[in-house]
Design a protein around this ligand. Structure first.
Ligand SMILES: [Mg+2]
Ligand SMILES: [Zn+2]
Length: 243
């Protein structure tokens, strides 16, 4: 019989995984649909994080405020079952669960939403693109990997701003001796790189009908178990089986 699980790590992507929407797109769909349209036009020629940074500058230049951005984040779809599921899992003591957020959104979007759901203490660490409001109310956003410094060495297809696989490995290096089991919750094609690094006792909770499901079926190569879900209530259900 396998040894019992005493510690587990839950790694969460944010957009369309923990939250039921995509923060980068939602902000502009609500506050400036014409900028949202422009993002669609430019997304193949401008790196995504840079594109959001420049779109935030454009929003600010036409009078968009910090308060509008924060309000728009607080009303973004977020399933109550997700709040319940993560809260109950964190409170359970056997096994003990650590939460790690790994996201291509940004620090302000994520922390504003987590606070509005009472989840501001959920994560041990949040690794994402740095962002902060300046005194004028402009949300200044930068890539996690500075374009003027050394670049990551990912060959799996991660965007230049961050390799989620390398970030997961670095997190595990910072938290030795590691965890008996890792559960990765994701939906996007950029969640494929980190899950290639998971072991046979680990598990990915893959949201259906999005980029990650496509890459798993087309490229394969996973050692971890795969469970599929569509609604947050199913993540809550699976979390209930992990204690
Ligand atoms: Mg996502
Ligand atoms: Zn990568």
């Amino acid at each position: 019989m396998a040894s019992p699980i005493k510690t587990q790590l839950v790694v969460f992507d944010f957009d369309w995984s923990m939250a039921d929407q995509d923060t980068d797109r939602w902000i502009f769909e609500v506050l400036a649909p014409d900028i949202r349209r422009k993002m669609k036009t430019l997304k193949d020629s401008v790196q995504w994080t840079d594109l959001i940074a420049q779109s935030l500058q454009e929003l600010h230049a036409r009078g968009g405020t910090r308060e509008q951005i924060e309000h728009t984040l607080r009303i973004m779809p977020f399933h109550p079952a997700m709040v319940r599921g993560v809260t109950n899992l964190k409170e359970a003591s056997n096994p003990s669960t650590t939460f790690f957020c790994l996201s291509n959104a940004n620090a302000v979007f994520i922390s504003t939403i987590l606070e509005s759901k009472g989840l501001q203490n959920l994560f041990e660490e949040i690794v994402t693109n740095p962002a902060e409001f300046d005194p004028s109310g402009l949300l200044k956003l930068r890539r996690r990997v500075d374009p003027n410094g050394p670049q990551h060495s990912c060959t799996v297809g991660c965007s230049p701003n961050m390799c989620k696989g390398e970030e997961l490995t670095a997190f595990l290096e910072r938290h030795k001796p590691g965890y008996d089991r890792i559960i990765y919750v994701g939906d996007g094609s950029n969640d494929f790189c980190p899950i290639l690094r998971l072991r046979s006792q680990d598990m990915v909770l893959c949201r259906r009908f999005r980029g990650l499901e496509r890459r798993i079926s087309q490229e394969g190569g996973l050692q971890c178990q795969v469970k599929y879900w569509a609604g947050a209530w199913e993540v809550e259900e699976i979390f209930g089986q992990l204690v």
